[in-house]
Every structure is written in structure tokens, then in C-alpha cells.
Design a protein around this ligand. Structure first.
Ligand code: ATP
Length: 452
């Protein structure tokens, strides 16, 4: 197993266009890292540079501490699983999995042992003599993973491996890949444009836009503390609403005047209201709205109530979505349209999507009172897209927590962690010590069982 270190990586294709632009990213040993972003953002190019299928224009790529810029793909000891699985139709499942071992001219008994072990792990034992054409999509996926696992590679690289599967199977395979990765503890880089895959699979997620890295963090950090408008809009489904707002400084305090109504500036937003800035974009996630008639007085006081015309409602049993169109100044509406296009989103940007308690009796065509949890809103600079309310202390705490959970999962414990700082630090040190011992033991085991 190995860590992957990327420093100022640039990839320019023939026409000089930087498909990957100055990306620095470290993937830790055993970590599950997701590369995500809309079509054309450079995620596959970055993955192909890790594996060696694409030359690096400038920057440094290290795997396991060794610079690999000029090292051939085959010598990098990485396993890549492609979208189309790249299985050999004329070979049995056994021989498909055995393929890298045959290529490396391993003795027959070793091939048999390693393929059998891998097939057991992937529950493919009863299919070993079948051909890929006779397998289901999920089984083919597992064969492709088997071929990656059997090589005992330093890292797994996945390029949209689930995009050919139907929604149900995709869900199952997601769970399977996640379980397998944690069990094997192999460093993994996984490319997807599907934010659900990114949120559910990754220890950390790296979001790319037009070749530029926007943010790297745990799914929770990206969701709760997005660095900018792009990340905020990309992560989450339905995505975050962005309401244009004028900052009003009045005798009774600073207010945000939005198309859905006027409400006091939340505590964390005051720093955003500088003299040079009169307009902001207010980010509100759909679930931070509620039908005001269902909100307790105490909760009501913690947020703001606005009146809005509900255009359409969708009652899904466990959720009620209401669509609330609003007017926005043309320049900001244009900006939001561009963002929507770039995010490959079909969500209309001058329409708020609101997730309400399914018990709500709000119906379409109605003028309704909606409560907004103003403590959860994010404020963005419309010019730069920067999140002006990002809480760096909280970001650090979320990162520490995510890392601790990962370490705990690797040790096979449940990820429950204490909120106390000292205990956290202690647990981290202990985790590191244990990890070192484990790695040594594993290495010894491998030495004993693996003649490679
Ligand atoms: P998708 O999800 O659509 O596969 P991606 O994020 O993986 O997209 P890349 O395939 O890495 O994006 O492409 C990044 C950019 O580089 C795109 O603008 C693409 O047009 C360009 N590009 C990719 N391959 C080449 C190539 N061989 N020659 C020239 N330009 C290329």
C-alpha cells in the first residue's frame, strides 16, 4: 500500500488548454479519495496521470514516496478498474482474475491459491468457470475488482466504475466497494461525476472545476462548510438555493433583503457586510426551510419567517418538496444560470426548492409562510463566489473527526469519537502507534505468504 502525493500537477494537451491546472493533492495510505466534478473538469486526466497513461506537463507525482513522473504504468504497481470493466469475453472468470498473475508468469499453484482467495472475498467462487457474457452487471464489476485485488497493488484507481449500471445495482455496488475498500485498506482514488457516490464512498472528496481544485475535505465538510458557490451548488441533492440579497443597515440592525422576504443578518454573517459590498448570495439548503405552521415557538424564534408563493408541490411520502419561483436582478440571474449550466444541473436557479415535513398541508398555488433556519445559511460573494461565512475552526474540527473515524474504521472499530480535544489527540496518537504495529505485522504476514 502507498500514499500518493501530487504537487502542482499541470496537464496541457496539444492545443495548450490546461485540462488539469496546478493541482496539489495528497492521498494518504489506505485512504478512499474521490475525484468529482462536472464533465470535462479534468478528473479522468488526473487519474490517468496517477496511473501513468498520460504524461505530466509539469509538477511532481509521488507514489509511496517515489517520484513516478517518468516511470512506466506497469512499473507503478497500481490497479485500474475501468467503466466498461475491460474483461476478456473469451476467458473464464477464473482466467480473467488470474490475468495479471499469468502476465507476471506466476507458478500455477500460486495463481490458483490467489484467485481462489480473491473469488471467495468477492463471493465469486461458484462463477469461476463461467464467461463474462453470462454474468450480471454486478458480477462483472466484481470480476474486474478481483483482477485489481489479485495483483496486490499499492493502490486502486477507479474511473466511473458504476456508471453503466442501473440505479438499484449501483446502490448495491456502492456499498460493496465501500465495504471491500475498508476491509482491504488499499489506497483508492475513485473518479465520478455523481455527487451521491462522492458523498457515500469517500473518506475525502476533491472537487474539480475546469482543471482547478476547489476544495478537498470529508463529505460532511463539503456539505456544511463549502469553500465557494461552485462546491455549495455541486454537493447536495436537491442542491442549495441561492437567493440574491441586498444588505440593509437600519436602526434596528443589519438585514438581508431577499426575494422571499427580509430577515435579520445572522450572527456569523456580520463580517460579510463590509462597506464595499451591498449585495450577497444567500445559500439555503432545501431542508433548512420548514412550513412555519409546524415550527414550535422556540424554534421559530431561532430563524426567520417569510411569505412565499408556492408554485408546485411534490409529495413523496417521506418528504414534501415545494417550488417557489422568485425574481432576481438580471445580472445575478445570469450568473446563477451560468453556474447551473456549469454544474450540469437542470435545477432552475430563480426557483427555490424547499423540503418540508410531509405532514405539511401546503399545496400548490398557495401563499405560504415558510420558516428559514437562518443559523444554517451561508453567504457568498456574488463576484468571486467565495463563501464568506466559512468557519475555519469548524472546518479543522470536522477534518480531525473525519480522519479519526477513518483510522478507527481501519482498525475495525466503530467510528464513535469523543468530542473532547485532549481525548481526540490521545486517540490519534494511539491510532498511529497501533497502525504502525499493524502495518509491520501485515508486512511480515505478506512476506511469509507472498513470494512476490
Ligand atoms: P468526463 O466526466 O466527461 O469524462 P472529465 O472530468 O473526466 O470529464 P477529462 O476527460 O479529464 O474530463 O478532460 C478534461 C479536459 O481535457 C476536457 O476539456 C477535455 O476536452 C480535454 N481533453 C481530454 N482528453 C484530451 C485529449 N486527448 N486531447 C485534447 N484534449 C483533451
Amino acid at each position: 500500500m502507498a500514499d500518493i502525493e501530487m504537487k502542482n500537477i499541470v496537464k496541457k494537451y496539444g492545443d495548450g488548454f490546461p485540462a488539469v491546472n496546478d493541482v496539489s493533492l495528497d492521498v494518504q495510505d489506505g485512504e478512499f479519495m474521490i475525484l468529482v466534478g462536472p464533465s470535462g473538469c479534468g478528473k479522468s486526466t488526473l487519474l490517468r496521470m496517477i496511473v501513468g497513461l498520460e504524461d505530466i506537463t509539469s509538477g511532481e507525482m509521488k507514489i509511496g514516496g517515489k517520484v513516478v513522473n517518468t516511470i512506466a504504468p506497469r512499473q507503478r504497481n497500481l490497479s485500474m478498474v475501468f467503466q466498461n470493466y475491460a474483461l476478456y469475453p473469451h476467458l473464464t472468470v477464473f482466467e480473467n482474475i488470474a490475468f495479471p498473475l499469468r502476465l507476471a508468469k506466476k507458478p500455477d499453484d500460486e495463481v490458483r491459491r490467489r484467485v481462489t482467495e480473491t473469488a471467495e472475498l468477492l463471493e465469486l467462487t461458484e462463477h469461476l468457470e463461467r464467461k463474462p457474457a453470462n454474468l450480471s452487471g454486478g458480477q462483472r464489476q466484481r470480476v474486474a475488482m478481483g483482477r485489481a485485488i489479485v495483483r496486490q497493488a499499492d493502490a486502486f484507481l477507479f474511473d466511473e466504475p458504476l456508471s453503466n449500471l442501473d440505479a438499484k445495482l449501483r446502490g448495491q455496488m456502492r456499498a460493496e466497494i465501500s465495504r471491500l475498500q475498508r476491509r482491504l485498506g488499499v489506497t483508492t482514488v475513485y473518479v465520478t461525476h455523481d455527487q451521491t457516490e462522492a458523498m457515500t464512498l469517500g473518506d475525502r472528496v476533491a472537487v474539480l472545476r475546469k482543471g482547478v481544485l476547489q476544495q478537498v475535505g470529508s463529505p460532511r465538510e463539503l456539505y456544511e462548510e463549502p469553500a465557494n458557490l461552485f462546491v455549495a451548488g455541486f454537493i447536495g441533492s436537491p442542491s442549495m438555493n441561492f437567493l440574491p440579497a441586498t444588505i440593509e443597515k437600519a436602526a434596528d440592525g443589519t438585514h438581508l433583503d431577499t426575494p422571499l422576504g427580509r430577515f435579520p443578518m445572522p450572527e456569523k454573517g456580520h463580517a460579510a457586510a463590509t462597506d464595499e459590498r451591498s449585495v450577497l448570495l444567500v445559500g439555503v439548503r432545501p431542508e433548512h426551510f420548514e412550513d412555519a405552521t409546524l415550527v414550535s415557538d422556540e424554534k421559530r424564534a431561532r430563524g426567520a419567517v417569510v411569505r412565499a408563493h408556492v408554485d408546485v408541490t411534490e409529495w413523496l411520502g417521506n418528504e414534501l418538496y415545494a417550488y417557489v419561483p422568485y425574481e432576481a436582478p438580471e445580472d445575478l440571474a445570469g450568473k446563477l444560470r451560468d453556474l447551473s449550466r456549469e454544474l450540469d444541473s437542470d435545477q432552475m436557479r430563480t426557483q427555490a426548492v424547499v423540503a418540508l415535513d410531509p405532514a405539511s398541508l401546503i399545496t400548490e398555488g398557495q401563499e405560504a409562510e415558510l420558516w428559514i433556519d437562518t443559523s444554517r445559511i451561508q453567504l457568498f460573494d456574488p463576484a468571486t463566489g467565495e463563501n464568506l461565512t466559512r468557519d475555519e475552526e469548524r472546518v479543522a474540527a470536522l477534518a480531525a473527526r473525519a480522519e479519526q473515524t477513518r483510522q478507527a474504521q481501519r482498525r475495525g472499530q466503530n467510528g464513535t469519537v469523543s468530542g473532547d480535544g485532549a481525548a481526540k489527540a490521545e486517540a490519534k496518537t494511539e491510532a498511529k502507534a497501533e497502525e504502525a504495529t499493524e502495518t509491520k505485522t501485515e508486512a511480515k504476514d505478506e512476506e511469509g505468504t507472498n513470494p512476490d
